[in-house]
Ligand binder design. Structure first.
Ligand SMILES: [Zn+2]
Length: 97
């Protein structure tokens, strides 16, 4: 699911945060450094999210579908999008994929 930039950011952030905890005596400073190191990963995920949502349209009326209905984020839970104009619940896969 993760593309290369997201994976690279996560890897770099992980290495920096582990190094921060290993090299810095002050835990609070290490937490701060880790947060800054993982910030690019968060930005990449944040930018990828809306783009992915925008591609989902209702197969019936071609309206953009709203974000998935909330569910408990457990394995195998269905991801459902509700099209208001049609009143149809669209099944968009399950949370395990
Ligand atoms: Zn529709």
């Amino acid at each position: 699911m993760l593309d290369v930039p997201a994976f690279a950011c996560a890897l770099a952030g992980g290495i920096v945060s582990v190094a921060a905890f290993a090299l810095l005596g002050d835990r609070l400073v290490a937490v701060g450094v880790s947060s800054l190191a993982l910030l690019p990963f968060g930005i990449v995920l944040w930018r990828a999210g809306p783009r992915e949502r925008d591609t989902k349209v209702c197969p019936e009326c071609r309206c953009p579908l709203p974000p998935a209905l909330e569910n408990s984020i457990e394995e195998g839970e269905p991801i459902l999008h509700h099209c208001r104009p049609c009143g149809i619940l669209w099944f968009a896969g399950s949370t395990s994929s």
